[in-house]
Design a protein around this ligand. Structure first.
Ligand code: NZQ
Ligand code: ZN
Length: 381
């Protein structure tokens, strides 16, 4: 097992009616900037609950953070925040709103442009405290330091690391209004987060393996119910907690991590605007195929423990395990081939060019170079 330091400072406030606890969770003297997406929270009652709970607080609103939040929109929010001298930022929405808030909280007290903060974390000084009311189980952003920001002008999408949210409110009832495609996205994103931390080399931590497999098994078990009826409180509670636990550091203690699939997926989103989870559902089966020798032992363990694949020789079981993964994504209604989204050679060549320029070496063994990326994308054309 590798050495590690673990500290996650986010307080989770979970359950029905928990938006009402905003009133006490945020200091009464705070000058609050409330940040929203495109309006889903107006139609599902979340906005009303937030405003009722914060009736005694001083608030300013910013609307219009888009999916795959752009620095162009974030700059506008930063101006509003500076203008009202905000000293606390609250995200109300999905992962995109929260990721945007992570950058807004860094940029309000800064004289540097927000994109410079994404590119160079050393410039970040004294960020404002922030928190979230999370309405979409998927990213785990509610309990981690990650944030992924897009730049429309340059068609780039990069991750950076902020502080942890001070707290996150997770009320499963807020997810009742999610459209099917976002349910599918959330399940797939959560699944791939686990895979990025799990499908590396075996025997690093017995406990991390079992916890990771536990989350994967829960996702496989609940996926049909989530898609069939996302107004079932119990099912959505299971889903929401699984999404948080998949990317809050609890399954990555002392183990190596991959993340190549995410890095490649971010390029597909940057170039074509496709949903984050949709990009992953296409790339992951390709990563597994191309790296099946390097990852053989772990794929066999995954196949046996998550899918019950026990028959056949090693190669047959590896193939079946990769097929089971792809079939699962398809069962969610997601595409698993680039051609289904009319993405072809030009994109593959552009990503190879970018990765050559950046001299990338992704993955737990640093084996995913520009050329390997091309092989991965060719597998899933
Ligand atoms: O904008 P509104 O109107 O709120 O609608 C959103 C948006 O259109 C809608 N939505 C959210 N909650 C809803 C709802 N609709 C009805 N009912 C609700 N309760 O869903 C749409 C998508 O929302 P978005 O926030 O973009 O989705 P998600 O949470 O999947 O976030 C995706 C972003 O997170 C990044 C991705 O790259 C992408 O930019 N990620 C962040 C990570 C992190 N911070 O740790 C890790 C992930 O790997 C990921 O990269
Ligand atoms: Zn993700």
């Amino acid at each position: 097992m590798q050495n590690f330091i673990f500290q996650n400072t986010t307080k989770l406030i979970f359950g029905k009616g928990s938006i009402a606890s905003l009133a006490n969770a945020i200091p009464s003297t705070a000058r609050l900037l409330l940040v929203f997406g495109g309006g889903s929270v107006r139609t599902n009652g979340v906005y009303d609950q937030v405003i009722a709970s914060l009736s005694l607080h001083t608030t300013t609103e910013f609307w219009g953070i888009e999916p795959n939040p752009t620095v162009e929109t974030i700059r506008k929010a930063v101006l509003v925040g500076k203008d009202c001298r905000a000293d606390y930022v609250l995200a109300i929405g999905g992962g995109s709103v929260l990721d945007a808030v992570k950058l807004i909280a860094c940029a309000i007290p800064s004289n540097d442009d927000a994109w410079q903060l994404v590119l160079n974390g050393k410039l970040i000084k004294n960020p404002l405290p922030f928190a979230s009311v999370m309405t979409l189980p998927a990213t785990g952003s509610e309990m981690n330091r990650g944030s992924v920001i897009s730049n429309k002008a340059t068609q780039e999408k990069f991750a950076f690391y902020a502080q942890y949210p001070q707290f996150s409110i997770l009320d499963p009832e807020t997810t009742f209004s999610l459209p099917k495609v976002q349910l599918a996205n959330g399940i797939a994103d959560t699944f791939v987060h686990v895979m990025e931390q799990y499908l590396t080399t075996p025997n690093q931590s017995l406990l991390m393996d079992r916890w990771a497999e536990g989350i994967l098994q829960v996702l496989v078990e609940i996926a049909p119910s989530v898609l069939a009826n996302n107004r079932d409180y119990d099912v959505m509670s299971q889903f929401m907690l699984a999404a948080t636990m998949a990317l809050n550091g609890f399954i990555s203690m002392g183990v190596s991590q991959d993340w190549a699939t995410h890095m490649i997926g971010h390029e597909l989103t940057a170039l074509h605007g496709i949903d984050h989870a949709q990009s992953l559902a296409i790339v992951l089966p390709g990563t597994m195929k191309v790296l099946q020798t390097q990852k053989a032992e772990k794929i066999l363990q995954y196949g046996a423990r998550v899918w019950g694949i026990l028959q056949g020789d090693d190669n047959q079981r590896i193939t079946k395990s990769i097929e089971a993964t792809e079939t699962f994504f398809r069962s969610l209604g997601l595409a698993t081939r680039l051609s289904q989204l009319q993405i072809g050679d030009a994109t593959i060549m552009e990503i190879e060019k970018r990765f050559m320029q950046r001299n990338v070496h992704f993955g737990e063994a640093r084996t995913v170079t520009a050329q390997v990326t091309t092989a991965i994308l060719n597998e899933v054309r």
